[in-house]
Design a binder for this molecule. Structure first.
Ligand code: SIN
Length: 562
């Protein structure tokens, strides 16, 4: 297939020239499990480490993770079984080598997290308490505080960072663009910092390496489980700097997000898959209206089928019945169990007027996770010398077309350890940034809502050639708007547009249904034509999508689609 160019977007973000400069050997962008693990493990191996984060340290997606972290930790479980479940969920689009790294190094990485001070939940007999989520054939999800796993991991990592004076942290710092040297490698990064004294406004950090750990792109869609900071900034800066983005079309929609009404926008409350792991089930109507357990017969794992299967089944049933949501019944778990095991979800649901102990919870799919991102090798290296990526911003190849539940925290942990292993020996000499000749531009923040609506209605759970063509036209219109003022809102919205255009372009080209990419006009998975990946590459604002066939070993496992 010929490479397909997309419409032009800004080659760099319009920004004032840097008003301050500083230096650091390594800049880590992002402060979730991936960023803080990279920083902590680089300690003592490189001289200066700067962690920058767009909000406060705890504001990213890690904090919101409920279910837990998956690893073969329980009696009888093995990395090979974890590998199998990961590959099946990934629907023939995982990188086998990367999955093997993940599942083999996972248990040790989790034990290190425990040694760092993370307090996972334990059974009464003192063993690590493990639960199950969609797509797993075993109990292998370690959790903390019941359903507050991410918050506990984030707490432990921040506590460790606070004990590490050699790691400097700058909060409220948005990465605007990467600075490149004359060989196209990393020479620094421009930041916009809000209210940090000397370092206020746009500045430049000259550095020898950047570790991108800035999370996902959930805010591309109108309803998402992701926090407001997830505007795809890391993917956009990497793309603009010459790194390839891979598998962008594989956006995972979580099946059970609490439905708050047709006008609800932004971050929505997640009802963890672990609730189904503990016995909750989906029904298509209230009991008094004859609600059916519609997941039975759809998949051998029924309500615990892989996430893409459940999200599709819910969407189909919503379309068939004309309802805006389905229902999750977890009343039989009882008050004591709910309070102990899912205190966060219980409190959130009650704050929205639904008591899961007595009421069914209205649920519908919403954007949850980007399985694709900045393409990396097995050591987190990208195409740009000195640029590494880890966590949701990256595409290491472990998730394929649909991430297995609770593999995301593990991916950040495992691949950040790997980056910290190779990066110190690969540190490049200091180099000067060259003049940036890419075409600057910015769309106004006011187009964000329209962009999100287009992406949700045309590039969401269910896609078709007609809808994707309409999306391309509407994104062109959005791209034609020029911002009159520089602002964080405009920078973020331009990043959202940059990623949306590439995502919608890849979704239009992939004429099949695989994992979380669901085409109503091409409802079958097609390994003859589409076993491989779309890579997006940008040169001065012009993005090209190219299809790269995958090695046969990567798609031999029968996936869960559709
Ligand atoms: C969940 O708790 O259902 C989400 C966990 C994940 O995204 O892996």
């Amino acid at each position: 297939m010929a490479d397909a160019p997309l419409r032009r977007v800004p080659g760099r973000l319009t920004a004032p020239p840097p008003g301050w400069t500083t230096t650091s050997d390594v800049v880590v962008i992002g402060s979730g499990i991936a960023g803080l693990t990279a920083a902590l493990r680089l300690r003592g191996k490189v001289e200066k480490i700067l962690v920058v984060t767009k909000d406060v340290l705890a504001a990213g997606s890690t904090q919101w993770a409920q279910g837990g972290i998956a690893a073969a930790l329980g009696p009888g479980d093995t990395p090979a079984q974890h590998e199998h479940d990961t590959l099946v969920a990934g629907a023939g689009a995982c990188d086998l080598e990367a999955v093997r790294v993940l599942v083999n190094e996972g248990p040790e990485a989790v034990h290190e997290l425990i040694a760092l001070g993370t307090r996972f939940d334990h059974d009464p007999d003192g063993e690590l308490s493990l639960t199950r989520e969609g797509g797993h054939h075993r109990d292998r999800i370690a959790h903390a505080g019941g359903d507050a796993t991410g918050a506990e991991i984030q707490r432990a990592l921040i506590a460790a960072i606070e004990q590490a004076p050699e790691i400097e942290v700058v909060q409220h710092a948005l990465a605007v663009d990467l600075l490149l040297d004359d060989a196209g490698g990393i020479a620094g990064v421009t930041l916009h910092v809000m209210g940090e004294g000397q370092r206020d406004g746009v500045g430049a950090v000259h550095c020898r390496a950047v570790v991108l750990a800035s999370g996902g792109l959930g805010q591309v869609f109108s309803q998402t489980t992701n926090p407001a900071v997830s505007t795809g900034d890391g993917m956009a800066v990497a793309l603009r700097a010459g790194a390839a983005l891979r598998d962008l079309e594989f956006v995972q929609f979580h099946p059970t997000v609490m439905y708050l009404g047709p006008d609800s926008r932004g971050q929505q409350p997640l009802i963890s898959e672990a609730v189904r792991g503990e016995g909750a089930f989906l029904v298509d109507a209230l009991p008094e209206e004859g609600g059916n357990r519609f997941m039975q017969g759809v998949h051998e794992l029924a309500d615990l089928a892989p996430r893409d299967v459940v999200a599709k089944a819910i969407t189909r049933r919503m379309n068939e019945t004309g309802q805006p949501h389905m229902w999750l019944d977890a009343r039989h778990l009882g008050a004591e169990f709910w309070e102990r095991r899912f205190p966060t979800i219980l409190a959130t649901a009650r704050s929205h007027g639904v008591d899961p102990v007595t009421d069914l919870i209205p649920v519908a799919p919403a954007c949850h996770y980007a399985s694709g991102g900045v393409r990396t090798d097995l050591w987190g290296r990208t195409d740009v010398a000195g640029l590494y990526a880890t966590g949701e911003v990256a595409c290491s190849g472990v998730h394929g077309a649909n991430r297995l539940a609770s593999n995301s925290l593990l991916e950040g942990l495992v691949f950040s350890r790997r980056i910290a292993t190779v990066l110190p020996d690969e540190l490049r000499p200091w180099s000067d940034p060259v003049e940036d000749t890419r075409t600057a531009g910015l769309v106004p923040g006011s187009v964000r809502r329209e962009l999100q609506e287009v992406m949700t209605s045309r590039v969401g759970v269910l896609r078709s050639a007609d809808g994707l063509a309409e999306a391309a036209l509407m994104l062109d219109k959005v791209a034609g708007a020029a911002a009159e003022e520089v602002s964080q809102e405009a920078w973020e919205t331009t990043n959202l547009l940059t990623i949306s255009a590439a995502l919608a372009g890849a979704a239009a080209l992939r004429e099949e249904t695989r994992g979380s990419h669901w085409r109503e006009d091409f409802p079958e998975r097609d390994d003859e034509l589409w076993a491989g990946h779309f890579d997006a590459v940008m040169v001065d604002g012009e993005t090209t999508l190219a299809f790269r066939p995958a090695p046969a070993t990567d798609h031999l496992v029968e996936g869960a689609t559709p």
